[in-house]
Design a protein. Structure first.
Ligand code: BG6
Length: 489
């Protein structure tokens, strides 16, 4: 989005031996290096609590890189250059003892990027320690989600960071904003006048956003059970997607212009009464089933689980936006673990033509849809009605796609991982793919009232069989309005 050149910097990765760093961040940094996008003087500091021989920890990072990178993308010359950039420091993050050594390793006058791949509870403490050794001024801090588990706790984290770093130095990650197709959504909406004239309640009946995952909670039960799918996915990823679809065109592409528009959408989300909550929101929890033809355990039978848990692993809901553009246009959101497929897609359903002139039995075919597929197979497709070919077909209609499939359209270009783009934009000092404090807080405010409502109702989540599309009531949620989830098999 931005072509600001990348300056040299030191990227200090707190939590360098954690899952996120090993699985996502180091491979993303390697890819940037391979693509020639890291300045030759960019340095990496891997920071973790594990003591002992630094070389041993650097080899662990190396081994994971080799495991997670596709063999065709492993280039020994790049690998060597990449390793040459990296140093390891064993340190505790909250006691201040190691920070003078860290400051010395960073050196003076360099741009520091402090990436916190740690629990949010230590963000404030790390910021205080960085400031105490003079590392606040020239530093950008990158915060991973989850930032808090409700409005109050997220405010506490944001305030603790803000005591040392102004908002212009804070980069809050929502990795969905770095996905290629999400970026394309902005191009599609605001570089084509075609859509903008149709993008409102006069032309759109409803919008679906599905983020379905095939994986369960293997190994992550401790974290996930305290969060649940609403906090883990809706509060951030799905609401961000909703904002990008629903926002008004920003005045320009600057970070604040985009974020101001997103905040307006979050503020316009209709809060739910108890009656709406039971009609418009479905919570689910998976029970044993099959995935890829193999039996898989239910949520309550996963390793380290507590059989009494009523945490949801699935949420489907209908959100309404109180403004002129979207009055009467429901946004159906659905996300879950252990679903039938890994599928993230947005479907915009356009209204039928006002007067229908074709054979009545073809009427159910009617309806233009814009389908934005985030994963797998990133694509944008516009379903349009055309005439079936052949003399014998008369005016028989068919619904077919005008399609742009990114992997076939741009054959030579690999689709970068979201973290590659996000890390690059932090290095460029471009905040427009990062979430501002007020966005997070408005999103929490809306989610908090759902959670409070659930507590009052006291209903347990509805069971659904692993490997399916969720509880039956999530289908009823949309069919009650005379619609269906698009493409469920
Ligand atoms: C993370 C959630 O933010 O997003 C995970 O914490 C989830 O629970 C993941 O699995 C999904 O990301 P992606 O990019 O695989 O859709």
């Amino acid at each position: 989005m931005s072509m600001i050149p990348v300056e040299p910097c030191t990227l200090a990765l707190f939590g360098a031996l954690g899952d996120l760093a090993l699985r996502k961040l180091f491979p993303a940094l390697y890819q940037l290096d391979r693509a020639g996008l890291l300045h030759e003087d960019t340095q990496l500091l891997a920071l973790a609590r594990d003591g002992g021989d630094p070389d041993k920890h650097l080899s662990t990072i190396d081994a994971h890189l080799r495991r997670y990178l596709p063999a065709t993308e492993l280039d020994e010359a790049v690998m060597q250059r990449f390793q040459g950039r990296m140093r390891y420091l064993s340190m505790e993050f909250l006691p201040a003892d190691s920070y003078p050594q860290l400051a010395e390793m960073v050196g003076s006058g360099r741009q520091l990027i402090a990436y916190f791949a740690t629990p949010a509870s230590v963000y404030g403490g790390i910021c205080a320690n960085l400031a105490a050794v003079g590392l606040a001024e020239n530093t950008r801090v990158v915060l991973e989600k989850p930032i808090g588990h409700d409005l109050e706790s997220s405010r506490a984290v944001n305030d603790a960071v803000a005591a040392y770093f102004p908002e212009s130095q804070v980069y809050r990650i929502d990795h969905y904003l770095g996905k290629e197709t999400v970026q394309n959504l902005i191009a599609l909406r605001f570089a084509n006048s075609l859509f903008e004239t149709q993008w409102n309640q006069n032309h759109i009946t409803h919008v679906e956003i599905t983020v379905a995952e095939k994986v369960g909670i293997e190994g992550r039960w401790g974290y996930f059970d305290k969060a649940g799918q609403l906090r883990d996915m809706i509060q951030n990823h799905l609401l961000q997607l909703l904002c990008l679809i629903a926002m008004d065109p920003p005045g320009d592409l600057s970070a604040d212009a985009i974020r101001d528009e997103k905040v307006k959408v979050l503020k316009a989300l209709e809060p739910m009464t108890a009656e709406q909550l039971s009609r418009h929101v479905v919570r689910g929890q998976y029970v044993a089933g099959t995935s890829d033809g193999k039996p898989v355990p239910g949520y309550l039978e996963e390793e380290n689980s507590n059989a009494q848990s009523d945490t949801e692993t699935f949420v489907a809901l209908r959100a309404d936006i109180r403004n002129w553009r979207w009055a009467g246009v429901p946004f159906y959101l659905r996300t879950g673990k252990r679903m039938a497929q890994k599928l993230s897609q947005i479907v915009i359903h356009f209204k039928e033509p006002p007067h229908y002139i074709f054979a009545p039995e073809q009427r159910q075919l009617i309806g233009n849809k814009l389908i934005i597929r985030l994963q797998p197979d990133e694509s944008i497709s516009l379903q349009v009605m055309t005439k079936d070919q052949g003399l014998d077909k008369g005016m028989q209609l068919r619904s077919g796609p005008l399609q742009l499939n990114f992997s076939t359209a741009y054959k030579s270009a690999r689709i970068p991982d979201a973290y590659e783009r996000l890390l690059l934009e932090v290095m460029r000092g471009n905040q427009n793919l990062f979430v501002r404090k007020d966005e997070i807080e408005h999103a929490w405010q809306w989610c908090d009232q759902l959670i409070a409502g659930w507590k009052k109702l006291g209903d347990p989540p509805k069971p659904y069989v692993a490997g399916t599309w969720g509880p039956m009531s999530s289908i009823a949620l949309i069919t009650r309005d005379g619609r269906a989830w698009y493409g469920d098999l």
